[in-house]
Design a binder for this molecule. Structure first.
Ligand code: NAI
Length: 331
């Protein structure tokens, strides 16, 4: 039998946490033959709710779930974890300045970085979900210098999956037949959902999405803004932000990272920029990646036209500003 893998979920008493932990316990992330031990962290005001989630995990009698740690102690939560899904953070409340939210999250990610660095298992893989996701991940990277930078990522897979969903609806094809969309940049409204290289599987082979859609104005306009604004549309409809889709996409992110992407398919992940596509190095930026043997690699050599170039640069500029704002909160 396989040794259990320890998976940390921070903010586990929150909305995404509540959707995410049962998926993990069912084997959605690492497969139906991989036992898991869940580590759940939240803050003291949420301790009772967190304990309630633990009770429900016991009640669900998941065969793969070999243990549950529910704690408000960061060190206990981080000890020995192989995978860390960072969902906990400080939400933007009415009347709060961007800088105030940033400052709260910078201090959270700084201290959780140190705990992970000291107590997580060697080669722990980290995905940051909590907003501002890219910049929280960057702070985590900076304050956990012994964790290899390739192990620290942020979630843009939800945006990627939203783009697949929009194309599938527009073309009336199955979502599983659409692939190779790209989310470039920040997990924010400046992200650039790009279908220039996307294809749809048809009985006569893969067909380019731009050819099938045959409506450049829609692809450059409404499609992009729908994906960028989807989070806000969900809040308007549900009075709560996306949770099941965020949880499911976080599972997709980890699964593909650990188990690999299918041949000929890439996914979007927020990763530490090495300067590919002339994106400034030193930002956590969403790129198209393929994964093999537990490592991601940025897809190289895709053509970037003038329209795309502007969009890639705009979202990079926003991330550069966020980085500066985050650093100004540190001093
Ligand atoms: P939520 O407010 O329901 O849950 C957040 C949880 O984090 C709460 O239980 C809170 O007590 C906890 N928390 C706060 N500070 C913490 C700390 N220092 N350590 C551990 N836990 C802490 O929020 P929800 O809806 O679950 O969303 C979580 C985050 O994910 C938000 O920042 C949201 O903006 C972000 N998000 C990101 C998406 C993405 O695609 N990257 C998509 C959807 C949401």
């Amino acid at each position: 039998a396989k040794e259990p893998v320890r998976i940390l979920v921070t903010g586990a008493a929150g909305q995404i946490g509540y959707a995410l932990v049962p998926m993990i316990a069912r084997g959605v992330v690492l497969g139906a033959d991989q036992p898991v031990i869940l580590h759940m962290l939240d803050i003291p005001p949420a301790a009772d709710a967190l304990n309630g989630v633990k009770m429900e995990l016991v009640d669900a009698a998941f065969p793969l779930l070999k243990g549950v740690i529910a704690t408000t102690d960061v060190v206990e939560a981080c000890t020995g974890v192989n995978i860390a899904i960072m969902v906990g953070g400080f939400p933007r409340k009415e009347g709060m300045e961007r800088k105030d939210v940033m400052s709260k999250n910078v201090s959270i990610y700084k201290s959780q970085a140190s705990a992970l660095e000291k107590h997580a298992a060697a080669n722990c893989k980290v995905v940051v979900v909590a907003n501002p996701a890219n910049t929280n991940a960057l702070i985590l990277k900076e304050f956990a210098p012994s964790i290899p930078e390739k192990n620290i990522t942020c979630l843009t897979r939800l945006d990627h999956n939203r783009a697949l969903g929009q194309i599938s609806e527009r073309l009336n094809v199955q979502v599983c037949d659409v692939k190779n969309v790209i989310i470039w940049g920040n997990h924010s409204s400046t992200q650039y959902p790009d279908v220039s290289h996307a294809t749809v599987k048809t009985p006569s082979g893969g067909k380019p999405v731009p050819v099938l859609v045959a409506d450049d104005a829609w692809l450059k306009g409404e499609f992009i803004s729908t994906v960028q604004q989807r989070g806000a549309a969900i809040i308007k409809a549900r009075k709560l932000s996306s949770a099941l889709s965020a949880a499911s996409s976080a599972c997709d992110h980890i699964r593909d990272w650990v188990l690999g992407t299918p041949e000929g398919t890439w996914v979007s992940m927020g990763v530490y920029s090495d300067g590919s596509y002339n994106v400034p190095a030193g930002l956590i930026y969403s790129f198209p990646v393929t994964c093999r043997n537990g490592e991601w690699k940025i897809v190289q050599g895709l053509s970037i036209d003038e329209f795309s170039r502007k969009k890639l640069d705009l979202t990079a500029e926003e991330l550069t500003e966020e980085k500066a704002l985050a650093y100004s909160c540190l001093s």
